[in-house]
Design a protein around this ligand. Structure first.
Ligand SMILES: C[S@@+](CC[C@H](N)C(=O)[O-])C[C@H]1O[C@@H](n2cnc3c(N)ncnc32)[C@H](O)[C@@H]1O
Length: 332
């Protein structure tokens, strides 16, 4: 494990660690310059809380255009065509994450050629580092759950293109165990990408892989349909990276409570949430303009799991050094 002592503010009774991982940004030029540049934008945004994220407007002919709402957004997007295409056409889909998870690709998933200025930000922006590090936390956490038996069930809620799941499976070095994966997402494009990427790992639909196009709000938060469909206590593991912060507190409690019912005794649910203390949060939310989410404190995350009926001793939290996300392992 890469876990280290956590030095930030956290509830006294929370089991919490920090973690550091190798990242593509370690070897890429202009790391410090880029951090300074983005920190300056972040500070400028922090000083002006009224500044809003860019808007997207449909033009005649059906094309969507990005309209910055202040000079910092204008500055950010001016010489970064790939970043502008990414924000306009891919955010908040899982394919937006693909570009962050694979910043050395020549093109974005929708075809735009990557330019060097955009690439530098996809590599060095702290939020991009955080998206990659939360996947590494997941990989480190899941090992013990998928090494257990000969057959293991893993349900990924809001799987997107399943990049963190597939990375975790690759790094788990399974020793004859089989993992049956159910990927749930409401975006058919993301699921198609997931299918293609899973096939590269030898996972095929109808054998080890099930794809479910479902809306988690309708089928897990507002109803129990997904519980009925997948069955209670069937999976060793449920992951839900990158979705918790889209739910308000009431929905997050229901979501967690029901996700836990999918898990066998001895298994776990792993969720992530952006922290309010994420170092470049104003840049990410109001300069780049990621879609509306609920960043949370560690205290709020603890209140949510307690409200979902999970005692503090069943939860371990890991916050990577970049400080963007908390990843919670909630054991059943
Ligand atoms: C930020 S991405 C996370 C993808 C993946 N878990 C990862 O970490 O790479 C969020 C995903 O949630 C999906 N999503 C958002 N709202 C959803 C909903 N109500 N029901 C099902 N999926 C949803 C999106 O389609 C997207 O693929």
């Amino acid at each position: 494990m890469n876990w280290q002592p956590f030095r930030g503010n956290a509830p006294a009774n929370m089991t919490i660690y920090s973690a550091a991982f190798p990242d593509v940004s370690d070897q890429w030029p202009m790391k410090d310059d880029t951090a300074r540049e983005i920190n300056a934008l972040n500070q400028a945004l922090k000083a002006e809380p009224a500044l809003l994220p860019p808007l997207l407007e449909s033009e005649e002919g059906g094309q969507t255009v990005l309209i910055p709402q202040h000079r910092y957004s204008e500055q950010a997007y001016r010489n970064r065509p790939a970043l502008a295409a990414w924000r306009t056409r891919l955010v908040p889909s899982a394919l937006a994450l693909f570009a962050v998870q694979n910043p050395l690709e020549e093109r974005l998933p929708e075809g735009t050629k990557m330019d060097s200025e955009s690439r530098r930000w996809f590599i060095h922006a702290n939020d991009a580092i955080g998206i990659r590090s939360r996947a590494k936390v997941l990989a480190a956490m899941v090992e013990k759950y998928i090494h257990n038996d000969i057959e293991n069930g893993w349900i990924s809620l809001a799987s997107g293109a399943a990049i963190p799941v597939l990375e975790a499976l690759r790094s788990a070095k399974l020793d004859g165990q089989q993992v049956f994966l159910s990927l749930v997402d409401n975006d058919p494009v993301a699921l198609r990408w997931a299918e293609t990427m899973a096939a590269q790992e030898g996972l095929t639909v109808g054998e080890q892989l099930t794809l479910l196009r479902r809306n988690l709000v309708h089928t897990l938060v507002r109803s129990e349909d997904l519980l009925l469909e997948l069955g209670e206590h069937q999976a060793e593991l449920v992951d839900a990276l990158g979705i918790f912060e889209y739910f308000n507190d009431v929905d997050a409690v229901i979501f967690l409570r029901r996700a836990l019912r999918l898990v066998k005794p001895g298994g776990a649910v792993i969720v992530s949430n952006m922290l309010t203390t994420s170092p470049q949060i104003d840049f990410a939310l109001r300069c780049i303009g990621w879609s509306h989410i609920f960043p949370r404190t560690l205290q709020q995350l603890q209140e949510i799991h307690i409200a979902a009926g999970v005692p503090v001793e069943n939860v371990t939290v890991v916050v990577p050094k970049d400080g963007v996300y908390a990843v919670m392992e909630v054991r059943v």
